[in-house]
Design a protein around this ligand. Sequence first.
Ligand SMILES: Cc1cc2nc3c(=O)[nH]c(=O)nc-3n(C[C@H](O)[C@H](O)[C@H](O)COP(=O)(O)OP(=O)(O)OC[C@H]3O[C@@H](n4cnc5c(N)ncnc54)[C@H](O)[C@@H]3O)c2cc1C
Length: 408
Amino acid sequence: MVVPFNSLEFYKVPIKPEHELLRKVIRRYTEESLSPIWKDIELNDEIPKDILSELAEQGFFAIGIPEKYGGQGGDQISKMIVIEELSRVIPSLGVILDTTDFPVLALLLWGTEEQKNKFLPVIANGAAAAGAYTEPQAGSWVAGITTTAEKQGDYYVINGRKIFISTIDYAKYIVVLARTQPISRESPHKGMSLFIVENDSPGLIIGNKINTMSMRGDRPYELIFDNMKIPKDHLIGKEGMGYYYTMILLNFTRINIAAQAVGIAQGAFEKAMDYSVKRDAFGKKIYQFESISFKIADMFTKIQSARLLTYWAANLSEQQFKSPDKALPEVALAGSVAKIFATEAAEYCARQAVQIHGGYGVDFETGIERYLRDSIVTTIYEGTNEIQRYIIARFLPQVMYNTKLPIG
Ligand SMILES: Cc1cc2nc3c(=O)[nH]c(=O)nc-3n(C[C@H](O)[C@H](O)[C@H](O)COP(=O)(O)OP(=O)(O)OC[C@H]3O[C@@H](n4cnc5c(N)ncnc54)[C@H](O)[C@@H]3O)c2cc1C
């Protein structure tokens, strides 16, 4: 036993030639089409429509969608490669692919065949999508949500408010978590359900755009549901299972954030390395100062470790498709480990890249400081890193001793 896992089989990172081919295709695209426009995206806070069309044409929205629903049929590692490579240049594109994955996974795991046939081909064709669970009073504590969905004949009527919802500028569909039963003090996580909502549903109001420090091109919004009426067949899976489904979805999507962080770290590292071998000080290249080259060595070490953890967690998460109604502790553990390590590595690497560039590191024009701004939020969304540590602490006794110890 390789505590807490049963076997070394859990440590596979099965990279295939098609993964490397995919990486090369995206790298060529990002270098040719995205690198030249990073400043426009930062200044306009918008992803140009033709870029989203190009991503769709190249099949990047379709990567994790099976071929029978119009997708590429890629595995979870392929998805990491796409998110990582896009985030290396424009991290907010990583957000759009990540949030789109929330509805895709919800449909793949619990959607009816009719729902899959209706929504997945549209997403595969390039329609972005979003996931909305956070509320002003309930972020980490998802069980505290108060948005309600009341069944009225052939419809559900949704009322409530969500906050910090990404990709709203581009999303055609939003998967929403709401209460179908009144909140109970003993089991607040019970009685919630997931719904797929179209962006033009009557009663859906897009509120304030939240002016955050980072991820320009995809800022989050406030959403208000004012008697928003949706057909009853937009319920995903079973009524009452929404909280459990959301926890399983987050076990997947936080690995996307790890991949986004690896991309940010890699982008910052390459810039720092290039600068350090060119910049002269005291008659030497600054790389020749141990205090600089050791920073580079630490960055390199963290990035390789973060990438391996991310691909490892992504590969393990494939198991969850075989068991859609039960969160697998090993998937949750691996995802949290990857998310903590990769996002903290990204923050470290971005900070060191600024330092290595000296004054130019804090100059917007060089495009270095944006990595630092973008790295910080990766430690917060899709479950803060404090919550990831909580998940690890909660699952370890379960996996190692088959017992539950209350934590918190
Ligand atoms: C840019 C951005 C985009 C986002 N996109 C989306 C989105 O698309 N969809 C969506 O639904 N949500 C989204 N979110 C919301 C995000 O998931 C939450 O912000 C996050 O889960 C934290 O919730 P909170 O902000 O309410 O902080 P809180 O939960 O109030 O936490 C505040 C602090 O307390 C700590 N804390 C809380 N509980 C515990 C605990 N039990 N143990 C230890 N520490 C704890 C937290 O780690 C944090 O440091 C986004 C957020 C941001 C900033």
